[in-house]
Ligand binder design. Sequence first.
Ligand code: ADP
Ligand code: MG
Length: 232
Amino acid sequence: TDTPTENATATDAPAAPNDLFDEKLSFHDLGIRGDVLKGIETAGFTKPTTIQAKLIPVVLDGHDVIGQARTGTGKTAAFGLPIFQKADPDVPGQALILTPTRELAAQVAAELDELGQFTNIRTVCIVGGESMRHQQKGLQGGAHIIVGTPGRVMDLHGRGELKFDNIRFAVLDEVDRMLDIGFRDDIRKILGQIKRDHQTMFVSATISEEIERLGRKFMAADAQRITTVSGS
Ligand code: ADP
Ligand code: MG
């Protein structure tokens, strides 16, 4: 596995080493248990990054969150680990994670596959430009976590193959990029169709007024804003 910061882009400076990790805490201290810890060890993570240390306990507590941290600081595990821990293996389609691009969806799904490999929770990746057959199989097979791009998710939902009925966790990953690309209407449609009570998480490197507005529309009043970026 890459170490954090290696994925950082030029426009988004890597975190300084001293603010990347929370030296004092372990994943166990954050409330992560059992088979989820085994996946973390296998992935080679020895301690949580700062955004993981801040976000994981809040998500385990059941709050909606807007989480901000620079690229390459471990945001996938920050929202993914609490989902593994809280998901019910008997219920398909419990988590919906939307990403701005196919590549990111594939990356997130691969990371979740690794972290969750010792749990009974399975992930399926739903993106355009690929045969639907494999994705439909994953859905029919009862995958618990759906990672995808808004277009293909809406498409399969429209065909009745991807149901939102069981969703307990809705994650918008890289919300800033999703809005830049022009997914605002799709995002509103998808979040607006999740009817049952659920936890909503937005994750982003930057937080704009528009992201805050979306949060106010779709999150509980006690939603938490968590940032590791100074000056925000
Ligand atoms: P972000 O979403 O913030 O850009 P990622 O979640 O993609 O960052 O993580 C960046 C890289 O850091 C990935 O290769 C991931 O496996 C790795 N990583 C995440 N958390 C840790 C950790 N606690 N210890 C070591 N590596 C980690
Ligand atoms: Mg990310």
